[in-house]
Design a protein around this ligand. Structure first.
Ligand SMILES: NC(=O)c1ccc[n+]([C@@H]2O[C@H](COP(=O)([O-])OP(=O)(O)OC[C@H]3O[C@@H](n4cnc5c(N)ncnc54)[C@H](OP(=O)(O)O)[C@@H]3O)[C@@H](O)[C@H]2O)c1
Length: 289
């Protein structure tokens, strides 16, 4: 049996779908039992556990052949990343007590970066989980193609998409959550010892201008990207309610300046198969339904 956290989200749902399709038993780990009913209907066991509740996580992970571990995104962490420090400790405690045979932790591209930024949260968790004796894979995907869900309305309504990824013709490592979940399900069914890192991006790197071009094609209207000036980000993020925008700004700097990258750059990463056009088409359809 494989325990899957984040199953109601983008990646966890794909992981579970692939495991079920391979004939594996899945335990849906949800924070609210009601949220697991769809997965119960698909033949999964369910377990209720908040990511901050070590004893509930122990029960959710107990007896598992593999655990897919995902921490919910936190775009506005407090200075010093105390939330990630706490989550890391909780996860370590839960894994040490439940002793699943293996773990795939959904981390991120750039988890090895030394400069503090939003992704440091994953660096902290990787480091703490590094002390757990179980076989663990740190799966480090690139920027999710699904982040373009935010682009659909401006593309459709105005034909202009604001971009924080800059310059607009720079090609970035993007990946579809379908590819991430598929690879995670494959990794969970492998056996390995110790800790390993798997870095993953899509079949080719994508520039913001390429995304605009795909939207133009799919929406049948002219669409272009507009770089949001760096000097406006802090005020903008604060106006959106963020208390500590610096880590998010530094993450964007890291992508734009190239210090958020895979350990061995593009040549060293595993490649998915899903193209940006396929993901954008799905996002457009979802926004219309
Ligand atoms: N976006 C990117 O470009 C990118 C790139 C690299 C890595 N990542 C990482 O990918 C992860 C996000 O993956 P995703 O997009 O698949 O997530 P997502 O779609 O945002 O889903 C989050 C999942 O976490 C669950 N969740 C939220 N709060 C919880 C809590 N307190 N306890 C237990 N579960 C909770 C949600 O359950 P409910 O349905 O109950 O809310 C949902 O299943 C993050 O760790 C992020 O840092 C993202």
């Amino acid at each position: 049996m494989f325990a899957v956290t984040g199953i109601t989200g983008n990646v966890g749902g794909v992981v579970a779908r692939h495991l079920l399709a391979a004939g594996r038993k899945v335990r849906a780990v949800v924070r609210d039992a009601q949220r697991g009913s769809v997965w119960a209907g698909r033949g999964c066991e369910t377990a209720a556990a908040d990511i901050g509740d070590a004893s509930a996580l122990v029960e959710a992970f107990r007896g598992a052949e593999g655990v897919f571990l995902l921490v919910p995104p936190n775009f506005d962490p407090a200075p010093g990343f105390p939330e990630a420090q706490m989550t890391a400790k909780t996860l370590r405690t839960a894994l040490e007590e439940a002793r699943p045979l293996r773990v795939v932790y959904l981390s991120t591209i750039g988890a090895q970066a030394k400069q503090p930024n939003l992704l440091t949260q994953h660096s902290i968790i990787e480091q703490v989980l590094g002390g757990v004796p179980a076989p663990i894979t740190f799966l480090r995907p690139g920027w999710f193609m699904e982040n373009s869900a935010w682009d659909v309305a401006p593309a459709r309504e105005k034909g202009v998409i604001p971009s924080f990824l800059q310059p607009l013709d720079k090609r970035f490592p993007l990946v579809a959550t379908e590819d991430i979940g598929k690879v995670a399900a494959e990794l969970l069914q492998e056996s390995w010892s110790g800790h390993r890192i798997v870095e993953l991006e899509g079949p080719r790197r994508i520039a913001p201008n390429d995304i605009a071009q795909e939207f133009s094609h799919l929406l049948g209207r002219s669409v272009h990207m507009e770089a949001v000036p760096r000097e406006t980000w802090e005020a903008l993020f604060r106006s959106q309610g963020m208390k500590n925008p610096e880590p998010r700004i530094r993450m964007l700097d890291g992508f734009n300046e190239g210090w958020i990258e895979f350990e061995d750059g593009e040549p060293g990463s595993r490649k998915g198969t899903i193209e940006i056009g396929t993901v954008l088409q799905g996002l457009i359809e979802r926004a219309s339904s």
